[in-house]
Design a protein around this ligand. Structure first.
Ligand SMILES: Nc1ncnc2c1ncn2[C@@H]1O[C@H](COP(=O)(O)OP(=O)(O)OP(=O)(O)O)[C@@H](O)[C@H]1O
Length: 746
């Protein structure tokens, strides 16, 4: 394993990131080497300290388990194997607790500042309480959580719920306590009828009234506690599921987003909410309400066993009815899901493509498609409701029968019994209990129906988030320092599902610090070359090396942090211009941002804006022109000062003036880095050290402009087409020139 950063990156970051440095220190203790640059990139929002929550997230992503807690000094002395631990100081910085000496007098703990490199300092209770207010983060190495264990499934969800077992245990206990209160109304009825009315006892009535008073109070308090605990448990589970889904989503390979419509992806994610609601709502309340059975059933058996069997028999029939309808409901639900997915995709695609819809006056066509999709969704919903109406209709009379049937049957049994005595109070109390036990049975039955729905939702979510993540090799991939020499050796690649190779045995070598142009007709594979270089696709044949290191062995985040890429169409995020330029380097100063903007030729237009660098961009920066967006994207890439910079048609949206600013700056931009420039405009490639001509996924030729213009027909044809004022092809040109159908430029 190679951890090049360990030596090269030590202590070069801003001293204010003590939290991240403390995490790195502790991770090293656990045998994990985390990249400082990567941590800052991922978790720092500015040059300020990151939050404790971010440290926990960073630890979790990098093979550690972290737990935030508050401790007292005595606890620190007994941490044992939890040392080293991160202590958060009152000023927001972090120190690492490296040892504790309980036996010394006074007892002391040793704290190491993660950045200043000094020896650990001992602190006793008094000196520590001056700087520390009790917040600690404890770490443990995560071992062997397999992909399957971590995959999204019902089991995974239940495990998440179980993480708050203390809360749910308390909820269970309060539910059990409340079940005893469920006995009160029937018991009260029984006592009032049998003792108070029959024997005319005023004193018993008084005792009962006091008892009822206390029961009502306890019932109210327990009810409040239960709802409070459920809300707390639900919120925690929610947070966990939300983080999990987002992490999984952001780790997915790019193909997933290219092959699935956004609408479908967002629909699948929203299905996670349905599952969450089901678990924390329906399942949870059913489980809680069912605890009542534990208390009531024994009492009912004690009061009247035959009648209890009668009630349970009817409950069983209810179950069977539900089971019978389950498969059909499942199918109906599947149809609902498909219809909703299609509707959601259409809606999101319409929103994304609104400009084109307006331009081509497609509103009517779109409207028609929407009507079709919406009516299918409505029909599917209605059919499912119709179907579910059937079991509900059958269940309703059975539910009523439980109550009235047990009353009638009870009367009959009482009247026909030998003793002939009718215990009126007991009978009415029993029917009241019977009414009370039906509720959980109905709930359990409808839970089974819910499971059918949720199974569909589970399939939806897991079909997205269980796709194997892009292997970022974040904790064990190589992180060499980049000089920028690039080698492609017989690289062959086909996009998933495509018939032909997008790259077919492509070989070339780009020396470190060189500027290489790539040209070729549309679809010839130019962009694919740069995508391979970014590690966006990993299932290719052949070898790609950077400075002699195989791309497959490299830490992907590190690789991308060292690659600047500017595309023809770049996404800018909501936020100010300054934030957008500095997005990949949160610790950049304002001067750095201005310098990058100047190099990209963006300075002049930014300064003309009323709010300058503080101008707020909307999503996609629609309040800027295409050329302005382009220049911001170039500045954003330059700010990182990447050793390798890829410009993929990056200047194509620029007006001649800003293009010439960027082209004039290219010399400075290229200084000290390897550059790959893709362009249809050959004028911007003339000065390149070498130009690669691509044709149908293969390298057709490689050479300088002067060489290519003489010997490469594709290049020469396009060159003279774009520069008609120049002299015609030299007579010494090769005679085997193929005819080029149409211009290569779009
Ligand atoms: N995401 C994708 N999925 C499937 N096939 C793709 C994908 N992207 C590109 N292709 C195919 O791969 C081939 C090479 O595409 P590439 O984008 O590399 O071409 P290019 O030379 O950059 O074209 P242009 O100049 O138009 O940008 C094309 O035939 C294209 O259809």
């Amino acid at each position: 394993m190679l951890h090049a950063d360990v030596n090269t990156e030590e202590n070069i970051g801003p001293p204010s990131h003590t939290m991240l440095e403390a995490l790195r220190f502790i991770a090293r203790h656990h045998g994990l080497h985390l990249s400082q640059e990567q941590l800052i990139r991922q978790f720092a929002r500015s040059s300020e300290e990151v939050s404790a929550a971010s440290i926990v997230a960073a630890a979790e992503q990098n093979g550690l388990k972290a737990q935030r807690t508050r401790l007292r000094f005595e606890h620190l002395l007994r941490l044992g194997r939890a040392v080293p631990a991160l202590l958060r100081m009152k000023d927001g910085t972090a120190q690492v607790l490296v040892s504790a000496h309980a036996q010394s007098s006074p007892p002391v703990v040793s704290l190491r500042h993660p950045v200043d490199g000094m020896q650990p300092q001992p602190h006793d209770l008094v000196s520590l309480s001056e700087i520390w207010d009790g917040e600690v983060i404890l770490f443990k190495r995560k071992h062997g959580a397999s992909q399957a264990e971590e995959d999204f499934s019902l089991g995974w969800l239940v495990r998440q719920l179980a993480k708050d077992k203390r809360i749910f245990r308390d909820v269970g206990l309060s539910a059990l306590a409340m079940s005893f209160f469920a006995l009160v109304p029937p018991l009260l009825y029984f006592l009032v009828v049998n003792r108070v009315l029959v024997h005319q006892r005023m004193s018993t009535l008084f005792v009962l009234a006091v008892g009822v008073f206390f029961v009502v109070i306890f019932d109210t308090v327990f009810g409040y506690l239960r709802r409070w605990l459920v809300a707390e448990g639900t919120a925690r589970t929610d947070a966990r599921i939300g983080t999990y889904i987002f992490d999984r989503l952001i780790g997915l390979p790019i193909e997933v987003f290219e092959r699935q419509p956004t609408g479908m992806i967002s629909f699948k994610i929203s299905e996670a909410n349905r599952i969450r609601n089901f678990l924390t709502g329906q399942v949870f309340s059913t489980l809680l309400d069912s605890t009542v059975l534990i208390v009531l059933l024994p009492v009912m058996f004690y009061m009247h066993a035959p009648l209890t069997f009668f009630v349970l028999g009817l409950a069983l029939i209810m179950f069977l009815v539900i089971l019978l309808f389950m498969p059909a409901v499942g199918r109906a639900y599947g149809r609902v899901v498909r219809a909703e997915q299609a509707k959601g995709s259409l809606l999101i695609e319409t929103i994304h493509g609104m400009r084109t819809i307006k331009t081509l006056a497609l509103e009517g066509r779109r409207r028609q498609q929407w009507d079709d999709a919406a009516s299918e969704a409505v029909t599917a919903h209605r059919d499912m409701q119709f179907l579910m109406n059937l079991p509900q209709t059958i269940l309703q009379p059975i539910e009523k029968l439980i109550y009235s049937g047990s009353l009638l049957l009870g009367c009959y049994l009482a009247l026909s019994s030998k003793e002939g005595a009718v215990a009126v109070g007991a009978l009415v109390a029993f029917t009241m209990l019977a009414g009370r036990v039906t509720q959980p049975f109905v709930q359990i039955a409808s839970l089974l129906q819910g499971i059918q729905e949720v199974r569909g939702a589970l399939d939806q979510v897991s079909s997205l988030v269980n796709i194997p993540a892009e292997d970022t090799r974040s904790t064990h991939g190589m992180r060499p320092r980049f000089a920028g020499a690039i080698l492609f050796d017989e690289v062959r690649f086909r996009y998933p599902g495509a018939q032909s190779y997008a790259l077919d045995r492509v070989s070339f070598a780009l020396p470190a610090g060189s500027v290489t142009g790539i040209m070729g007709r549309s679809g010839s594979g130019k962009t694919t070359v740069t995508r391979m270089l970014q590690g966006l696709h990993q299932d290719y044949d052949g070898l790609i090396k950077i400075d002699g290191t195989d791309l497959r062995q490299m830490d992907l985040t590190h690789l991308r942090a060292n690659l600047g890429v500017v595309l023809q169409d770049n996404f800018l995020f909501t936020g100010t211009i300054r934030e957008n330029i500095g997005i990949a380097r949160p610790d950049a100063t304002f001067e750095d941002v201005i310098q990058a903007a100047r190099m990209a030729g963006a300075e002049e237009f930014i300064e003309r804006l009323p709010a300058g660098y503080d101008t707020v961009l909307t999503e996609g920066a629609t309040n800027l022109s295409g050329g302005q967006r382009q220049r911001l994207a170039i500045a954003r890439a330059l700010l990182v000062d990447p050793p390798i910079l890829i410009l993929d048609e990056a200047t194509s949206a620029l007006d001649p003036e800003s293009e010439s600013i960027v082209n004039n700056n290219l010399r400075y931009i290229a200084e000290g880095r390897t550059m790959v420039v893709i362009s249809h405009r050959l004028a911007s490639l003339v000065d390149c050290d070498q130009i690669i001509v691509m044709e149908r996924g293969q390298v057709y030729d490689i050479g300088t402009h002067d060489e290519l213009v003489v010997r490469c027909p594709i290049y020469r044809h396009l060159w003279f087409q774009q520069n008609r004022h120049q002299s015609p092809p030299p007579s010494g040109a090769p005679s085997n020139e193929r005819s080029i159908p149409g211009p290569a430029a779009e």
